[in-house]
Design a protein around this ligand. Sequence first.
Ligand code: NAP
Length: 439
Amino acid sequence: MSKHLKVAIIGSGPSGYYAAEALLKSETTGAPPVEIDILDRLPTPYGLIRGGVAPDHQSIKGVAKRFEKTSSHEKCRFIGHINVGKDISLDTLKTMYDAVVIATGAPLDRNLGIAGEDKYGVIGSASLVGWYNSHPDFANLKPNLDIKDVVVIGNGNVAIDVARVLAKTADEMAASDLASHAAEVIHTAKLENIWLVGRRGPMEGKFTQKELGEMGELENCVTVAKLEQIPDEIGEVGEKEIPAKTKNLAHLQSFTTNVSGEKPMTLHVEFYARPVEILGGDKVEGVRFERTKVENGQCVGTGENFDIPCQMVVPCIGYLSEPIEGAAFNQGKGKFKSVEGVVDDNLYVVGWAKRGPSGTIGTNRLDAKAVMDIVLAKTSCSMKQGGVALDQYIKDNDLKTVCFDDWKKIEMEEESLASDPSPRAKIPHIKEMFKVIEK
Ligand code: NAP
């Protein structure tokens, strides 16, 4: 019988690393020692931190240093470039480890479910954000930004991120790690109008005040809101929400005095509009919206339609997890089925894969800790071989995996290729990453 609890974590994003951290910390409170393998389908760790967080929000990316500390623990390995469900089945992994934790996030775009969504020029936020963040899956996206008008649908922080990254100048992005292929396209584009469209009202917006405030400080882009859509007061909101809503309202009120066209680009903030159809032939020519009102917090159609002409639409309306064969999945909600993170015997789920795409990076810490407490309570050490069995499987199946030291080579190369003040020039293609590892 081994003295160690063998745990495999699938996914090296925030929820995966926070789960590992919780398990390692538990040793100090008398729990059995753990041996952890964090698996990722990419050769690079950190998931959303690297591929989702906006390239100009470097301070948020700083949490990677904390995850690196976890990876440097002698009982925690990062094994990249292994796809669970493809290179190795979940069932096989479950026979190797005492507990397996799904921490794969929610990488897929949720559909609008309206006519015309398949037209050229409709690009979901997962794809566009992945593209400008050098995610290998989207490095070849090649969006056409030789256009004048873009509609961004949604009133969450992702919608704001997308609008801001499209609006910022090269100078404003100099200290970011924006993909070079995206910088070339975005900073030579001649965009004139970006619409940020919410189906409910200003007080129902899910954006946070810091992100909304940034929209008022853009060098090349003026943000305008319609006076008639912005209330004088925040109205009835929960006690805890008062400070944030008050700041959001102040930002939106300040946008009402701005004038469209004051700068080369205008960001139009439009509320009470739900998309009903994407217009055009093969290519997007506009979006038809139905004017809405909010009743008891719900979006209610008024029957009045209007169109916004545009050549690109970016729905930023939330994400779905990707099912893995062998794990119960709720198709409707786009997340794994679990009871407080327990999927079945020795299978668990944390983060967005468990609760859907909500909360900040830090939300995943408490979430992962709660599920890992259950793992520790339910699991005992067994004869399972954990990493030894996985290493043998990798060898037998000739898989080309990546260890944390390999990743550090990629990281060093990216840092050395960056021009000051950018922190890194990300390598977008897996082949190129392997060239760096092997040189
Ligand atoms: P989100 O915050 O849930 O926002 C989704 C938006 O899409 C909402 O405004 C929602 O409207 C709208 N929507 C959903 N379905 C729609 C439809 N069919 N038609 C029109 N609009 C629709 O999601 P997110 O922006 O993807 O962000 C995901 C999570 O990551 C959030 O917790 C967010 O705060 C976090 N995040 C944080 C940061 C940051 O801290 N800087 C940056 C990016 C993301 P309703 O409200 O009416 O449903």
